[in-house]
Design a protein around this ligand. Structure first.
Ligand SMILES: [Zn+2]
Length: 414
């Protein structure tokens, strides 16, 4: 029965499934495989068939488990007397080099590891986290070698925190209308690291990039300016809003502390989200709190009103009018004597041209796409847990977000 199933879904010319037996002590179905008589082995170095030289000790290849039993293919590898390469081990179509897992099982595990966490995948199929990792590694490496970079119209660059302390990775996404995928992951967020991405894609391709969305990190801006001469660098709206919110939070926290020290009524207590959220997103309770806070003449209130006034910036269509608004808003803030807000306004002035690129690009590339991808990346990193090394993180991110091509099997097992 099992032999018939295997012949139906996992058959290779030149090889025969000989027998299957169940070893109940270890819950394993052992399937022995032998070469078809008079079939010649294939040289693993050059892929040509040659004369058989000798036969090695039996090797075991793990196949996809069924009905709670592990399935192992047992096969004695032949060595080939190859005309070009000399004596070499044969190539078997179900295996990959020295791996103990069959190709079919690797693809199967890698498929599930994109849906479940790696640990859940290992548990569901009675295998180990390490083997799931091997499977993902194989699929990702294959995919990276086979993928076509093609023409890249729009890029998104973002950093993501990982590991302990202030460690960051640089993630580069393609954000074209028809193709959204993770293209590259860099250790650190330095100029030197980001340069490597442009080495990968080459000068020609880089010169044709039309839009790059990024945050205000100086290393990114510098590298983009030097490699994408023909691109509009757009500052991500999401990051601008986040920076402004940091300023608001700063103002509120220090003012609240001062009020407590000076013995005032703690009006700012529990006001954090009222001041950070857009009015439309407040809960009823927060709305009441906000209208209460707004009655006081506080720095936090003035900062809040400045922030809300800034919303109009995003409504413009013309870069010129948006620029005029930005200048006026910054002047107003600089007169406010609220230090964190003034600092924010200075940053906006420094990046004036990049901010206006959002309008020059006709608002086509807002932060939504990159932000969404980054959220996905964070979830992925959590799912791959086990070892938080750069390599594991890199593998899991390419696997989940790279849209990499996959090796094909004649039969689909999932
Ligand atoms: Zn050869």
């Amino acid at each position: 029965m099992l032999i018939r199933l295997l012949n139906a879904c996992h058959h290779f010319p030149g090889f025969v499934y000989e027998s299957a037996s169940l070893d109940e002590t270890v819950n394993t179905i052992e399937v022995s495989v032998r070469p078809r008589r008079r079939s010649s082995p294939i040289c693993s170095a050059c892929g040509k068939s040659g004369r058989g030289y000798d036969t090695l000790a039996e090797r075991r290849f793990e196949f996809i488990p069924i009905w709670g039993f592990a399935v192992v293919l047992r096969y004695r590898m032949r060595r080939v007397q190859c005309r070009t390469c000399g004596v070499k081990v044969e190539d078997v179509p179900w295996g990959i080099g020295k791996h103990g897992l069959t190709r079919a099982y690797m693809l199967y595990l890698a498929h599930w590891a994109r849906k479940l966490s790696w640990l859940e995948t290992a548990r569901s199929f009675h295998t180990t986290w390490e083997k799931v990792c091997q499977a993902v590694e194989y699929v990702v490496q294959w995919g990276l070698e086979q993928r076509q970079l093609g023409h890249i119209h729009a890029l998104g660059v973002d950093e993501i925190a990982y590991g302990r302390g202030h460690k960051y990775l640089t993630l580069v996404y393609q954000i074209d209308a028809g193709c959204v995928r993770l293209l590259w992951i860099g250790k650190e967020r330095t100029t030197a690291s980001f340069e490597q991405f442009f080495t990968l894609i080459g000068k020609e391709r880089a010169s044709k990039i039309a839009f790059v969305c990024s945050d205000m990190w100086p290393a990114y801006l510098k590298v983009i300016a030097s490699h994408c001469a023909n691109a509009l660098n757009i500052l991500d709206r999401f990051h601008v809003v986040a920076k402004m919110n940091d300023a608001i939070d700063d103002v509120r926290a220090s003012e609240a502390r001062r009020m407590v020290q000076d013995g005032y009524e703690p009006v700012l207590k529990k006001s954090r989200w009222c001041l950070l959220k857009r009015p439309g997103n407040l809960t009823d309770q927060q709305r009441v709190k906000l209208s209460d806070v707004l009655r006081y003449n506080l720095q936090s209130v003035r900062a809040y009103l400045l922030k809300e006034a800034f919303q109009q910036f995003w409504e413009y269509d013309s870069p010129a009018w948006a620029g005029k608004f930005l200048d006026q808003w910054c002047t107003q803030v600089m007169r406010s004597r609220i230090t964190p807000m003034k600092k924010f306004a200075k940053t906006m002035r420094t990046h004036r041209e990049l901010l206006l690129n959002y309008f020059r690009a006709k608002k086509a590339y807002s932060s939504g796409v990159v932000e969404g991808l980054n959220n996905k990346a964070k979830v992925t990193m959590r799912k791959a847990y086990g070892f938080r090394t750069f390599k594991i993180t890199e593998l899991s991110l390419y696997h989940a977000l790279g849209k990499l091509p996959e090796p094909k099997l004649t039969h689909s097992f999932y």
